[in-house]
Design a protein. Structure first.
Lengths: 261, 311, 288
């Protein structure tokens, strides 16, 4: 068995201090094999996005270990890490700088890392995400949601990473645009052998892209299972089953809400 | 023959410039920027008060640039025989107590006023921007120290602060400019810091952090561009107060020194003649009002123009 | 339809823009009775604008026109703003997407419900409070007395939406327009909120216009579905017959959704055929 590309051991993330401390993530552990697509499913407050932010290095206030190819990552990541791991954000309207043209957005990471043949790489990556050179000199407000998300994906790819962290990449998009972006993500993974860690609240989306997934509830990983098992409905934990049923369709069920704040 | 061809060419040129500016796919960063500017111009056109302000400003700048051509008399030439003359055909806006032509002095005075205003803005703006964005982005002790510094400066009324500096450094235009800038930068820093705090938590900043960008790069290339429009608008709206402070200093004899035709100084010397020769004080006063109004009107419309989201 | 609550014919909503007038809604017609009607579309289809135009809540710069906009005998188009104020909240209510933004953050939630009561019905404070508490119970909130005194930021999303529903139904309106009422909610909460809406709407015989981008959700919850594209209704089907939809756009939407039970390698991406802009509308399988 090859070493996992990414391994999380005993991740704890707490926000706030003292009496007002709230545990966002509690003892999360999982492994992602190289070339695998791993999904983290949960509802709001489950801690899934917090896990992703800890993985990416955006949030360094965590306990536990994160290992990349067997080597533990320091809390403050170095530049080499960012060539290796990139992140696609949820809101396409917020993830591009409003005052920078697409070309500038894509050239910047190349400048930071001192790579050569810059314009060539920019053109290549724009083709790879299905936008042509015509988009180079547009501002984000001149692009649609789907196009912005493609630019965001291109920005990640231009450093040729191995691992892509995806934070609900299609939940802010229209249904038809979602299909395009999901197809793109699937194709890129197959073509480039990328490893994905995708966070979502939508089971169907995760099932489409990922091979394995973990279900999170209130900061804990409730169950890990393969997508095949999910489709077959063989989830074992009660929360997983509730989530599965709720995702499949609407059937009248009324619960008296207790009013906890 | 050649005349008609030239006209046709001009027509085609006009048409092709339009087409270039409204091309859906820009071919170069330059074209993209020009298109953005053209759209900003269209937005300005659709805002009559702001357009009026812009026209007034352009007029002012033209008057300042072409002052030697517009002025009718030598501004320093004294003629005690023709002192305190009301507006007439020879002296369009009359003469002052030393027989100097008021019109020409007001025209040349525009140079001084614009010089002071733009230079003060040019100093206060970048300083405030730098302090505010750094404090806002880095946070912690840097933020605390810088903002307390801002608080100290803000606790002085601007005219008093300017007075204190000019008194310490000595009267003169350059010192007046420094003094005014010192009073004008703290609100800019506050504004820049507030914008930075909002910008700091955006996804696009997170994205560039994830590329390994240094803090300096993030502040200069990503945070500042978001703060600059608000800063420009704020400074433009502050211009009126900068001009009035400059006039105030001039009025007190601490700004431009006589015989310089600075409007505030002219106002001051015209005080004693307000009853019988009102034009000596009123005309520079109107000029000050005109300039302040122009900046205010234009500043109001600037935010619309500078926000690319309204493309 | 025998005696519809709402008759709408040829609704048009136009906005001025630098490039000329833009029609957000281009000739929408439908009837609503005491049933659940779903309106589905993507962003830009005009579905939200349709809902708002019915209550004349469009921006001032927009102009609304229709051949007929009749609610229970009242001509909504000709109604004055004063008349509309007596209708909004009392006879036609609107439930919005995010209770964070639609509840007043400075008032107790219970008081907001009571306020709605007092605004439209001449009853005293005590009676309004009693009605509000009864309504909170009707949306299955345990301890209504305690929740009455909470502020909006102290309640969860699902409960906030229940409170919103309570607020909008306390005056017993004839018609509810719900604009993406569950889009901001988690999946498990969504079912509960919809069940409550279902129960209330059925027991009180209220009409419901359910606007959403989620085709499957609307199809399972509503009785009839309208699909909107580019400001027009392109298809009308009975919810149970959605899989027999005829319009290529509806079919494309259905095929482009990833499904848990039917994995595909590549999702079908709807091509935007320019013919759809002015092409035929399919009503119950027949082109119209």
């Amino acid at each position: 068995m090859t070493a996992p590309a990414l391994e999380v051991i005993g991740l704890h993330v707490t926000f706030g201090t003292g009496a007002r401390a709230s545990r966002a993530v509690c003892d999360a552990s999982f492994r992602v094999a190289p070339g695998e697509a791993f999904g983290l499913i949960g509802e709001s407050g489950s801690g899934k996005s917090t896990v992703l932010r800890a993985l990416s290095g955006l949030n360094i206030a965590y306990e536990g270990s994160i290992l990349l190819h067997g080597r533990e990552l320091p809390r403050v990541r170095d530049k080499a890490f960012f060539r290796h791991t990139q992140m696609v954000f949820q809101d396409p309207y917020g993830s591009l700088h409003p005052r920078k043209m697409v070309n500038q957005v894509l050239l910047e990471p190349l400048a930071i890392h001192g790579l050569d043949r810059r314009q060539e790489r920019v053109d290549a990556v724009l083709e790879a995400v299905g936008l042509g050179p015509a988009f180079r000199f547009r501002y984000p407000h001149q692009l649609s949601g789907g196009q912005r998300q493609r630019v965001a994906i291109a920005r990640c790819l231009i450093l040729e990473p191995e691992i892509l962290l995806l934070d609900e990449p299609t939940s802010a998009l229209d249904v038809s645009v979602q299909a395009e972006i999901l197809n793109l993500l699937h194709r890129l993974r197959t073509e480039r052998g990328l490893t994905y860690v995708m966070v979502s609240h939508d089971l169907a989306v995760v099932a489409h892209i990922c091979d394995r997934l973990a279900i999170m509830n209130r900061g804990e990983i409730v169950e890990e299972l393969s997508v095949a098992a999910l489709r077959a409905g063989t989830a074992t934990q009660p929360y997983s089953r509730t989530l599965l049923e709720a995702s499949i369709g609407y059937r009248p069920v009324i619960v008296d809400e207790a009013g906890a704040a | 023959m050649s005349g008609i061809q030239t006209i046709q060419e001009t027509g085609r040129q006009g048409g092709s410039l339009r087409k270039w500016l409204s091309a859906p796919v820009p071919d170069s960063p330059f074209q993209a920027r020009m298109q953005a500017l053209w759209l900003a111009w269209l937005r300005l056109r659709g805002n009559p008060p702001a357009l009026a302000g812009a026209v007034m400003l352009v007029l002012l700048i033209l008057v300042a640039i072409f002052a030697p051509l517009i002025a009718t008399h030598d501004i320093f030439a004294q003629d005690l025989m023709t002192r305190l003359q009301p507006p007439s055909a020879q002296h369009w806006l009359g003469t002052d107590d030393l027989g100097r032509d008021v019109f020409s002095r007001v025209v040349y005075g525009s140079r001084i006023t614009l010089y002071i205003a733009f230079l003060a803005a040019l100093i206060a703006g970048p300083v405030g921007l730098l302090v505010g964005t750094t404090a806002g982005y880095i946070g912690g002790w840097t933020d605390t120290i810088l903002m307390r510094l801002v608080d100290i400066f803000l606790s002085f009324p601007s005219l008093i602060l300017a007075l204190a500096f000019v008194a310490a450094l000595g009267p003169g235009i350059e010192n007046a400019i420094i003094a005014i800038s010192l009073a004008a930068w703290p609100p800019i820093a506050r504004l820049a810091r507030a914008e930075t705090l909002t910008v700091r938590s955006s996804d696009y900043i997170a994205a560039v952090r994830l590329q390994g960008a240094s803090r300096l790069r993030i502040i200069v290339h990503h945070v500042m561009p978001m703060c600059i429009p608000s800063v420009i608008v704020r400074i433009t709206l502050n211009m009126a107060s900068i001009i009035l402070t400059a006039a105030g200093l001039g009025f007190l004899g601490l700004g431009a020194q006589p015989p310089s035709p600075e409007w505030g100084a002219m106002l001051s010397s015209g005080r004693q003649f307000v009853m019988n020769a009102w034009w000596i004080a009123a005309i520079p006063g109107c000029a000050i009002v005109f300039t302040s109004l122009a900046f205010n009107l234009f500043g109001d419309g600037l935010r619309d123009m500078l926000d690319p989201r309204h493309g | 339809m025998a005696d519809p609550l709402l008759r709408l014919r040829d609704l048009r909503v136009t906005f001025p823009s630098p490039v000329g007038p833009v029609e957000a809604v281009r000739g929408v017609s439908f009837d609503v009775g005491r049933e659940k009607l779903g309106i589905v579309g993507e962003s830009g289809s005009g579905k939200s604008m349709t809902g708002r135009a019915l209550l004349k809540l469009v921006p001032k710069t927009a102009s609304v026109s229709a051949a007929e906009m009749n609610f229970a005998g009242i001509d909504l188009l000709a109604a004055s703003e004063r008349r509309m104020r007596t209708i909004r909240g009392a006879r036609i209510s609107m439930i919005l997407q995010d209770p964070k933004y639609s509840l007043n953050p400075l008032m107790h939630v219970g008081e907001q419900i009571a306020e709605t009561c007092r605004l439209h019905q001449r009853i005293g404070r005590a009676q309004a409070k009693a009605r509000a508490l009864a309504m909170l119970e009707a949306v299955h909130i345990r301890e209504p007395g305690r929740v009455y005194r909470l502020y909006p930021h102290e309640v969860s999303g699902g409960m906030g939406q229940r409170i919103m529903i309570a607020m909008m139904l306390v005056t017993e309106p004839d018609l509810i327009i719900a604009d993406e009422p569950t889009s901001a909610l988690d999946v498990t909460i969504r079912r509960q909120v919809l069940s409550i809406l279902d129960e209330l709407v059925t027991t009180r015989g209220t009409g419901l216009i359910f606007i959403s981008h989620d085709l499957n959700l609307v199809a399972e919850f509503c009785d009839r579905v309208l699909v909107m594209y580019a400001g027009r209704v392109v298809e009308e089907v009975r919810a149970a017959e959605l899989n027999k939809a005829r319009h290529p756009y509806t079919q494309a939407l259905l095929r482009s959704l990833p499904r848990l039970d039917a994995p595909v390698e590549v999702l079908a991406v709807p091509t935007r055929d320019p013919e759809w802009r002015d092409g035929p509308t399919y009503r119950f399988g027949e082109a119209a």
